[in-house]
Structure formats: structure tokens, C-alpha cells
Design a protein around this ligand. Structure first.
Ligand code: ADP
Ligand code: MG
Length: 317
């Protein structure tokens, strides 16, 4: 199977969905998309085998996850995901692998109405890059809109992705470990939550590098400092059962890979935000506040600053 056969067989079908705004999709030199009169939001992410996912990850899950991590970036802007391009570097054209990869990729796109409109296919070490383009009919939700006094609230639970990677092999066969692994492989991009909270939140960021690191980014861009209350972090019962509460809290603070969202919400809007999240069935937990100043302080149960906080994952550290 050559490159063209491979595109025709596995990827062109993902582009064959009803979409008025795709004027020209896969098959020409470039895609032509209807821009409309709103704004476009663009994000791109690369997953490298054995760096961002273990090489033995099921191909369906690689396909799903690469879309989900990009959806999460668009979610953090409160955008509506719409188009994807896929740059795929493969060691070999393995039909079984491609079939499964395309299935997972298509599932994640289908859940959010995203159409594959183009890409590139090359031979080399397994690397998957996806670019997503979304629409925005309103002002974006950025990292920079937070103000002192805003409540920091996080969706879902934290630390599950890091827990999946840290799980000891002898525990891998438990229901709890399988739950964590599913959270790692198939993150839930919080697209609908962000769009529901757009009007009441000041700022948002997705947690890809660990809560502390990402809160630092949000606070910095907002010109604020932040306090995070360690004991408040939302943990899954599965994470606590495998690691104990203390270790689970550290995984939640320092581990990336969860793709939950952190919002800065003015206190007066917390009631509205909480009921919007409840309506969607997504937990929203207060974990801290923005304050005047700079930097992130981690507070214990008594409100005292803790030393030696785990740093977020750094790609070149
Ligand atoms: P060119 O050589 O002009 O870059 P390609 O042969 O790379 O063209 O691609 C032909 C068509 O197939 C283009 O529309 C391109 O966007 C699309 N395409 C290539 N690889 C992929 C892929 N992995 N997924 C989706 N579309 C792809
Ligand atoms: Mg090309």
C-alpha cells in the first residue's frame, strides 16, 4: 500500500461527512474552508511514541487521544471545534494498525462534529500531529482575563492520567488501574463545559502540564498570583485506592495528561457556573483563588504555605 492508497482507504472516508463549510476537503493540494464572519481558533499538538504515549498503546486510543488533546486546547478558548488536519509519520503502512487508528480518530471527531479536511503522510518514527480549527462567535476565553479575588475551579478529577503512567505492573490488572488507563487514553475534552461557562468565567486553561504549572500560566497571564489549597483537589476514588491520598494529591498537583480545565470565575458568578456544570453532569471543584502579586502558593489545610511543590512536567527539563 503506497501513501496515496493509504490516504484513500483510511483517511478520505473520515472527510466524507456532510459539511457545508468544507468547500474542498481531502484530495487536492489544500483544503478550502468557509470562513464565515466569526473568528477562527487554531491549535496544533504532536504526540511522539514513547514520549507522549507508550508505543504499545492500542492504535484506536492513539487516534482518539491525539484529537482529544487538541479539542482540550480549543475547549479552553470556549471555541466550537470544526476542522482537523492530520500529519502522520509511520514506520510502516500496517493496514491493521491504520484501520484501528482511523477508527479511534473518527470516534473523537464524530463526538464533536469535527471533519478531517487534509493532512500529510510520511515514513519515519511513529509521530502524530493534529491541527484543529474551531469557530468562535464571541470573544475568546483566554488565560489572561483573571482578576484578584476570582475563584479557581477545576473540572472532573486530577491526577488520573499521571496515575495511569505511575501504576505498578502488579496492580495493572485491577479495575481501578483500568479506569485510570482509560482516563489517560481517552481524555474527555471539556468542550461543552467551557462553552457553558464562557459568559461567567474570566479566564481558562487546560491542565496538560499539571495543575500547579498550568495555574502558574493562567495567573501569570492574568497579572495575578494564585493560592491553591492542596486538600481541595478533586481525586477519583480509583486514584486514591491505588496510591493513597497523599501520593494521589501529589499526582494531581504535578501530573499532566488529565486535560481537565481550570477556570477563574468571579465569586458572584460561582452559583451560575456550578449549576451549569451540574446540568452537564461534570464536577466543578473550587481549588483556590487568584490574588494580587505573582507566583503560586500551595496551602495546607490550615492555610499555611507549603514548601517544595512538585513542578509540572517540562518537555526539555
Ligand atoms: P501533496 O504532495 O500535494 O502535499 P499529498 O499527497 O501529501 O499532497 O496529499 C494529498 C491529499 O491528501 C491532500 O488533500 C492532503 O491534505 C491529504 N492527506 C495526506 N495525508 C493525509 C492524512 N494523513 N490524513 C488526511 N488527509 C491527508
Ligand atoms: Mg503532502
Amino acid at each position: 500500500m503506497d501513501e496515496f492508497g493509504l490516504i484513500e482507504r483510511y483517511f478520505a472516508p473520515l472527510g466524507e461527512v456532510e459539511a457545508d463549510d468544507v468547500l474542498l476537503g481531502i484530495g487536492d493540494d489544500a483544503a478550502v474552508l468557509e470562513a464565515g464572519d466569526g473568528r477562527l481558533v487554531v491549535a496544533v499538538d504532536t504526540l511522539v511514541a514513547d514520549v507522549h504515549f507508550p508505543r504499545d498503546t492500542p492504535p484506536e486510543d492513539i487516534g482518539y487521544r491525539v484529537v482529544a488533546v487538541n479539542l482540550s486546547d480549543l475547549a479552553a478558548m470556549a471555541a466550537e471545534p470544526r476542522f482537523a488536519t492530520l500529519a502522520l509519520t509511520l514506520p510502516a503502512a500496517d493496514a491493521g494498525w491504520l484501520e484501528r487508528f482511523a477508527r479511534g480518530f473518527g470516534e473523537a471527531c464524530g463526538e464533536h462534529g469535527v471533519v478531517l479536511v487534509g493532512g500529510d503522510t510520511t515514513r519515519g518514527p511513529l509521530t502524530v500531529t493534529v491541527q484543529l480549527i474551531g469557530r468562535l462567535a464571541h470573544a475568546p476565553l483566554t488565560r489572561g482575563g483573571g482578576a484578584p479575588g476570582d475563584v479557581l475551579a477545576v473540572s472532573g478529577t486530577l491526577g488520573d492520567g499521571a496515575g495511569a503512567l505511575a501504576c505498578a505492573p502488579d496492580k495493572a490488572d485491577t479495575a481501578a488501574a483500568r479506569y485510570l488507563l482509560a482516563r489517560f487514553r481517552r481524555p474527555s475534552a471539556r468542550v461543552s463545559l467551557a462553552r457553558a461557562l464562557r459568559a461567567c468565567a474570566h479566564a481558562a486553561i487546560d491542565v496538560s502540564d499539571g495543575l500547579l504549572a498550568d495555574v502558574r500560566h493562567l495567573a501569570g497571564r492574568s497579572g495575578c498570583g494564585a493560592d491553591v489549597e492542596r486538600e481541595r483537589l478533586p481525586l477519583s476514588e480509583q486514584l486514591v485506592s491505588l496510591f493513597g491520598r497523599e501520593r494521589a494529591l501529589d499526582l494531581a498537583l504535578g501530573g499532566g495528561d488529565d486535560y481537565e480545565l481550570v477556570f477563574a470565575i468571579p465569586p458572584a458568578a460561582m452559583g451560575e457556573a456550578t449549576s451549569a456544570a451540574r446540568e452537564l453532569g461534570i464536577p466543578l471543584t473550587t481549588v483556590g483563588t487568584l490574588r494580587p502579586g505573582a507566583g503560586v502558593r500551595l496551602l495546607d489545610r490550615q492555610g499555611r504555605a507549603l514548601e517544595g511543590t512538585p513542578a509540572g512536567y517540562r518537555h526539555f527539563a
